[in-house]
Design a protein around this ligand. Sequence first.
Ligand code: AHG
Ligand code: MN
Ligand code: MN
Length: 333
Amino acid sequence: MNKFVTIERFILDNQPQTAKGELTSLLYDIALAAKIISYKVNRAGLQDILGRVGSTNIQGEDQQKLDVFADRIIFQLCDHPGRVCVMASEEHKELLHIPTHYEKGNYALVYDPLDGSSNIDVNVNIGTIFGIYRAKNWEERGRKEDVLQPARALVAAGYVLYGSSTMMVYSTGQGVHGFTLDPELGEFLLSHQDIRLPEPPAYYSINASYYHYWTPQMKAYADWLQGHEVANAPKPLKLSARYIGSLVADFHRNLLCGGIFAYPAEVNKPEGKIRLLYEAGPLSFLIEQAGGRASNGRENIIDIQPTTLHQRTPIFIGNSYLVEQAEKFLQRM
Ligand code: AHG
Ligand code: MN
Ligand code: MN
């Protein structure tokens, strides 16, 4: 591991020469938010930060206190430095505008402040997911158009994983790099430079309890992932099943060990569960940077043009071969 290469140093050393440092500073703001959220997550059992707040979010899901805390921290760290012109969060129905007394910046930030909320109270890994776009029109920056862009237009994307250690993994389009928080120093130190998806894949992640809601084609693909021979399909790979219930944690393990995460459509839920703008999109940017793919079963997620802030998408994300097989199975007549 490169000793004492902090995330700030790495971002500065790798930003384009032409950059004015705004994106660098925004990534640093997000790293600071991650440290504060990590501090709270690691004390969740000791302070009054566990459990529900008694309200529901736009998704109709019970808001956890840590969801609300993480959402507020990210907004408050990014609303005033003048790097961001607008934000969109999983926890808010509408756009989050920059208060009028602060200067608007050039970037639009989309984020899932706390991913895997169902795991908060049982001490299982949770995460934060973020994506950063450049405003579409500088003169009129701060509108919905600035966040409703395909993931291929992202200038940066990443996640924070609050687990046995806290890690921040991001890409600005020059590869995927991982940093581990040193709690004594309070710094994210470079620990995984240039992460590339290993081949062959080792895992598949899918919530098999929904098997009976899937289409016959999806059932056949799930059988194949499990190792069953399926007529007119290649010999299945030897994969092990891992499903944590926190997308960030499942994604991170598959990124480091090779694998696929699938949250497919159901017969009565054609759009699946995972949100395009601040979950599937940023992760599709990362997986392509690491040599893999993300598909909704028909097309690359990275190229989908979002139309609403909270739209959902089926997702198959990981090693390209496994994603391509998903598309082939799902397109069978
Ligand atoms: P969030 O906590 O931000 O709402 O996201 C939860 C998502 C994702 O993290 C996870 O993979 C998935 O929900 C788990 O859903 P199921 O419990 O239906 O498997
Ligand atoms: Mn989530
Ligand atoms: Mn969430």
